[in-house]
Each structure stands twice: as structure tokens, then as C-alpha cells.
Ligand binder design. Structure first.
Ligand code: HEM
Length: 502
């Protein structure tokens, strides 16, 4: 006991034993008054919180963002104000579909979330490792996610559901192509890019708005696993990302990304041959070249995973003056969805948790008060200033920080885009102009492996979507499906031959 700190209850009273319960006689029963035991058991029962409804499996790190190039002509955001300026960042990467215990090296899109703790509040860049997404309307998101999760009866993942859904949403073929390509299984977060994916906006000190896309390019270079490599790895460890990331950072081999933006003048949006606010489309780099902004370096492992990574609450609604939204309707829905998810998963005051609390805490002044787990005092040093406006010099809104006006017109309606040829143009370019023949072959086989158990009707409907991208794409996947079914047929024959010999 001499030099060790004293164990206490949560109320600070000395714990007299952490080994022996208080019983009537040598065996029991236990006395209800052994509140120290009851407290311990009750706490164990409350150690879990709901896992994220999507992106449940994740890995986090802390680090810095450093400005290397001046972009003040596009954004007046404080974090970009001068070259050399640094801002603390909390990163979390994730897979989308698996539960919190899923294997790391699964074929899936990766989440790529960065929380920048700027002096004007937190800016959350909640992106993916792909520049586009599966669907372009928020109505489709919950159903899409349902197809990625477990079937209600079999409790298994269902390729039938995935490809049934995708076959009915040709807009998804661009993202499915990326998912089934070599990029589908990065070896760890340091070896993949991050993208804001949506179109966002920036405005400068003169109030001029531009549309922007965010890109974070890995400085360590892309590295990916094939299906076979990933399967072998998962047989050895399900935690390869956590291991790689943790060990890289502990050994000083810090993962780094270069941040770039693509920029489009506000008035040019209407002149594009594609819809720049459609999340299923990229902006051609030839027309909108990458403009370098800075560097993100991850150099610290969080002291406590749960406190800093499980409690991390990212939201596209967290923007700062100089960075804004766009008319992308998926983005608009996400502005609602994340903070709502956090209030459910973490509680009302989740922004005050250490993972999320703005570093410039002295600048956090709001009139939201009570509710579960209110553990902060925000009375501005004056208990009379508990409403607004007030005569006690309580905090007031700053109209000078408002975004420049955005002209919006059009009829409020539900706009149907059906069977748009435009949905096949960029996947076709990706298939023909970006992927070489070896990459296309692997794409065909990866897709066939993912589709293997699908019914004929789903298979044919999906092949019809691929046909519209390019006949070679459909033919390649059809052949790969046949190759896979021939291999399975041989395996069965071999097996029955052995059985006959026994
Ligand atoms: C309307 C479409 C979408 C909706 C409604 C939606 C909703 C959600 C929800 C509810 C979560 C769980 C949040 C939590 O509990 O912490 C989540 C996580 C996430 N989403 Fe989305 N999402 C959408 C589209 C997207 C898109 C397009 C991207 C990427 C460009 C994306 C990236 C992420 C990431 C990275 C996370 C994990 C954040 C973390 O690391 O904690 N989501 N999403």
C-alpha cells in the first residue's frame, strides 16, 4: 500500500477490498450493502455503447496539418491563413459494412475522417478513400446500407441483396468498379488516398465563392492486397490495420498525405457537361487540376482508443468560416444525419468529450445548457447571462462570419433521373482509359468472386449494367463467373472421387 495510489469508489471513498465480497458466512449470500461490488458489476454492464450504424470498425491517430501553399484567394478559413501554419488533427479510418469486430483487410470502401481543430472551431472532413459514391440521393442510403449488412433471416452478408440493389441503381456502377478493382483492399490506411467526395465550397475574404473537391494523396504510395493475399492475412490476423498503423507511428514512420483541392468558379457549375453536384461523378483533372494546399502527418497514437477514437464524432455539418456546403443533396442529408447519430450514440453533449472538444475551448460559447451528463460550466462568468439577447454582455452572434449569399432557383419538386446515359460515361473512361488489361482481368475476377452466389436473374441484370459500360466488361465478368463455377465443379468432382475410393 505504501507508495501506491489508493483505490476508491467513483465517489472517491476508499475501496476496502477489490477481491473479497462481503458475505454472511464464508460462502454467502452476498450482502446487498456491498455497494462497492455492486458498483463494479454495474459499471461493467455499461462499458459498451452502440457501435456506429455504419463504419463501425475503425482505427485512429492524432497528428497535424501544415499549410504548404497559399490558398487564401479561395478560402478565408483561419487554418489556411499562412504557409507553415499547423493545426491539430484527429483521424479515423474505417470499413463501412463490417461490425466493430470485423477483419480489417476486407474488400470494402474505407472511411477517411479528419477533424481539424482550428481556432474558429472544428472542421470535419468526413470522406472516403474513393472520389465518388454508390448513390446520389439520400433516400437510397439506408437501403443501400441494408444490402451491405446481414440478411434478416440467414444473418449472413448477402451478395444477392447487394447486386440486386446495384443492378437497380446503374449510378452505382462507377463506385462498384472501384470497389472491385485493385483499390478495393488497401494494405492499411497509410497506403490509400482520402477524398471529400462531395462538392463543397470555399469563400474568400472578398466574399467570392468557389466550388471545391478535397483530395488527400498518400505520400507512402498506394499498396493493396489481392483477394488471395487478404484471405491468407485474415487467417493470421484480423487486426492488420490496427497493428500496422500503431507500429508505424510508434516507430516514427509517420503516415503522411498531401492535401489538394480542385476548384470550380461558382458560375461555371451550370456550364459543365456533367452535374458537378452529383456524388457519383468525378471532376476531370484536365479541366480542374489539383492545387496543392498542405500536408497531413499522423504522429501520435491516442493514449486511450475508446476515449479518442470510439468517442470521436465526425460530422459534415462541422464547417468553419471560409468552408461551406454545396447543393449536393447527399451532402445536404449528411448535414442532418451525423449529429443526430452522435446524440443517440454518445449523448447530448458529445461535442464536449475530449475527442471532440474544440482546442480553442475558451472560444466555445453557447447557450445550450442541461441534459444528461452536463459536466461543463458555460455561464460565461455571469449566472444572469443564461438566455440571449441579454444585457449582461453574454456572447452574441457574429454576423461578419456569414457565408456570402447563394442564389438558388428552381421549382420545389422530386426530380427523377432514370437510366441516364451519363452514368456510364465515367465508368467507361475508368475501365478503358485508366485500367490496363491486367487490372481489368483482376476486376473481372474480383467481381465474379463477389457475385458468385447470386441468382441468375440478379446476375443477368447486373451484367446488363456492365454491358452498357462496355461489352468487354460484361464479357470479362461473365467469363470469370464461368471460370469460377468450373473450378467449383472440378472441386466437387474431385471430392466425390475421393469419397468413392474410401
Ligand atoms: C445520405 C448519405 C449518408 C448518410 C445518411 C450517412 C450516415 C452516416 C452515419 C449515421 C454514420 C455513423 C456516424 C456515427 O455513429 O459516428 C456514418 C459514418 C460515416 N460516413 Fe456516412 N452517410 C452517408 C454517406 C456517406 C458518404 C457519401 C461518405 C463519404 C464520402 C460517408 C462517410 C462516412 C464516414 C467516413 C463515416 C465514419 C465516421 C467516423 O470515422 O466516425 N458517408 N455515416
Amino acid at each position: 500500500m505504501a507508495d501506491k495510489p489508493r483505490l476508491t469508489t467513483t465517489a472517491g471513498a476508499p475501496v476496502v477490498s477489490n477481491q473479497y465480497s462481503q458475505t454472511a458466512g464464508r460462502n454467502g449470500p452476498i450482502l446487498l450493502q456491498d455497494y462497492q461490488l455492486i458498483e463494479k458489476l454495474a459499471h461493467q454492464n455499461r462499458e459498451r455503447i452502440p457501435e456506429r450504424v455504419v463504419h463501425a470498425k475503425g482505427w485512429g491517430a492524432q497528428g497535424t496539418f501544415t499549410v504548404t501553399h497559399d490558398i487564401s484567394k479561395y478560402s478565408c478559413a483561419a487554418l489556411f491563413s499562412e504557409v507553415g501554419k499547423t493545426t491539430e488533427v484527429l483521424a479515423r479510418w474505417s470499413t463501412v459494412a463490417g461490425e466493430a469486430g470485423a477483419a480489417d483487410a476486407e474488400r470494402d470502401v474505407r472511411g477517411f475522417s479528419l477533424k481539424f481543430f482550428t481556432e474558429e472551431g472544428n472542421w470535419d472532413m468526413v470522406g472516403n478513400n474513393t472520389p465518388i459514391f454508390f448513390v446520389r440521393d439520400a433516400f437510397k442510403f439506408p437501403d443501400f446500407i441494408r444490402t451491405q449488412k446481414r440478411h434478416p433471416k440467414t444473418n449472413l452478408r448477402s451478395p444477392e441483396a447487394m447486386f440486386d440493389f446495384w443492378a437497380a441503381q446503374p449510378e452505382s456502377v462507377h463506385q462498384v468498379t472501384i470497389l472491385m478493382s485493385d483499390r478495393g483492399i488497401p494494405v492499411n490506411p497509410a497506403r490509400m488516398n482520402g477524398y471529400g467526395s462531395h462538392t463543397f465550397s470555399m469563400w474568400n475574404a472578398e466574399g467570392v465563392r468557389h466550388w471545391v473537391k478535397f483530395h488527400f494523396k498518400t505520400q507512402m504510395g498506394h499498396k493493396t492486397y489481392t483477394n488471395a493475399e487478404a484471405e491468407a492475412l485474415i487467417g493470421k490476423t484480423r487486426e492488420s490495420y490496427q497493428e500496422d498503423l500503431y507500429n508505424m507511428i510508434e516507430s516514427g514512420n509517420f503516415p503522411k498525405w498531401t492535401m489538394y483541392i480542385q476548384v470550380m468558379a461558382e458560375e461555371d457549375a451550370a456550364k459543365q457537361p456533367f452535374n458537378p453536384f452529383d456524388l457519383t461523378k468525378v471532376w476531370p483533372h484536365s479541366d480542374f487540376p489539383l492545387i496543392e494546399v498542405g500536408e497531413v502527418e499522423m504522429n501520435r497514437n491516442p493514449e486511450n482508443y475508446f476515449q479518442m477514437v470510439e468517442n470521436a464524432a465526425y460530422s459534415p455539418s462541422n464547417v468553419v468560416p471560409g468552408i461551406g456546403f454545396s447543393p449536393d443533396k447527399m451532402l445536404q442529408a449528411r448535414i442532418f444525419s451525423y449529429a443526430d447519430a452522435h446524440r443517440y450514440r454518445l449523448g447530448t453533449h458529445y461535442e464536449a468529450l475530449p475527442a471532440n472538444a474544440p482546442k480553442a475551448a475558451a472560444n466555445v460559447n453557447h447557450y445550450h445548457k442541461d441534459g444528461p451528463m452536463r459536466f461543463f460550466t458555460n455561464d460565461f462568468g455571469n449566472p444572469d447571462a443564461y438566455y440571449e439577447p441579454n444585457q449582461y454582455d453574454g456572447p452574441v452572434a457574429d454576423f461578419s462570419k456569414k457565408e456570402p449569399p447563394l442564389r438558388i432557383d428552381g421549382d420545389a419538386d422530386r426530380y427523377v433521373v432514370e437510366d441516364a446515359d451519363a452514368d456510364y460515361v465515367q465508368p467507361r473512361q475508368l475501365y478503358l482509359e485508366v485500367l490496363d488489361q491486367d487490372e481489368r482481368n483482376r476486376l473481372h475476377h474480383n467481381m465474379a468472386a463477389a457475385m458468385g452466389p447470386c441468382s441468375e436473374s440478379v446476375t443477368e441484370r447486373w451484367l446488363a449494367v456492365l454491358e452498357r459500360v462496355h461489352p468487354d466488361y460484361a464479357a470479362g465478368v461473365r467469363q470469370a463467373l464461368k471460370d469460377a463455377s468450373d473450378v467449383n465443379a472440378i472441386a466437387v468432382t474431385d471430392d466425390s472421387a475421393i469419397e468413392a475410393a474410401e
